[in-house]
Design a protein around this ligand. Sequence first.
Ligand SMILES: Cc1ncc(COP(=O)(O)O)c(C=O)c1O
Length: 377
Amino acid sequence: MAALDRRNWLKQSSLALAALGMGGRLMAHPQSQPADWLAPWDEDTVGKLIRIGQNENPYGVSPLARKAMAEAVAHSNRYPMEMATALREKIARLHGLSKDHVLLGAGSSELLGNTAAMCASKGANVVTADPTFKLWFTAAELYGLQIRKVPLNAGKVHQLDAMLAAMDAQTRLVYVVNPHNPTGTILPDADLLAFAERVSRSATLLIDEAYTEYADTKSLAPLVADNRQVVVAKTFSKIHGMAGARVGYVLAHPDTIKKLSPWQPWANAGPSAVSLAGAMAAMDDADFMRSTRQQNEEVRRYVMQQLNQLGLPVIPSYTSFVYYDASRFAGDLAATLQAANIQGVRTYEAGTGWRRTSIGTMDEMQAFVKVLKAALG
Ligand SMILES: Cc1ncc(COP(=O)(O)O)c(C=O)c1O
């Protein structure tokens, strides 16, 4: 069957199945009936493409979340205000706070942008590390914030003293990702606490904890009970395997939440009913979180060992990705992997050999290592 015919066939058969009410059952396994938008470049690669570029959870959606989401489809004719409140209450209980400390968003990225909007004013700046997670910088600049970047040290760790030194009277926001993306490093708890105390005397500290659950890093969540200048961002996209469902939240003092929420046209209404149901169930799925973390650790250890053996130095990682120096690799690493259907190498420091790759399953990472070995000889 030609590619186009096959694509049309896939589309038509999916529609027919949905009409018969069978879609849910047959689509239950992620690879049982892939839709063509999953791989618009060539559907022959669907199921074979190895995606290790976006720090997604390679073990799928939390099974409890998947079940809850399927059930919630039936309630999607209603606005999900009560569900949003229930999720906020559940998140609040997890962190020993109240629902008034919680603001939901369609992914935490939305809320990073909203925090930038809240802090922006004429001539204001945000101090952050370089490199760091910068998806929301474009929005911050549109809101008028100037981005002040402080390089990481040689071990790819935040230089907190240098960041404090970069602050001035116009600094309204300081952004720190811990554990850090893209380098996978963590900050000592005591250093981070002291830094939070210093920053919050004059600016808002936005601490991004997207990867906290992959290591035993301390959350700064308890600080928001008293400190109006600390905002903690978290997401369901990583350990819970729900990147496509778009659920994230921030924890902040209720007074700060009141300032932040008007930046959402309808506060807490970002995630759909389906996503909210999934997030609530995912929080109860301790088995999935535990197994994701264990498998991630095991595969990460393997990848780090292999990269070191290949002469590609790796930064010790506390996350679901690794940062390594591929300078030894003479060619275009991303293109070489892409040719083997592996999509995963990203560059955050232009002109250097440093690259970031997500930790997929053991099979996926063995395929990644095989390509590297073949290329490096
Ligand atoms: C540090 C960091 N913050 C936030 C996000 C975005 O998460 P979300 O999917 O909740 O928008 C990511 C995603 O890669 C991330 O790495």
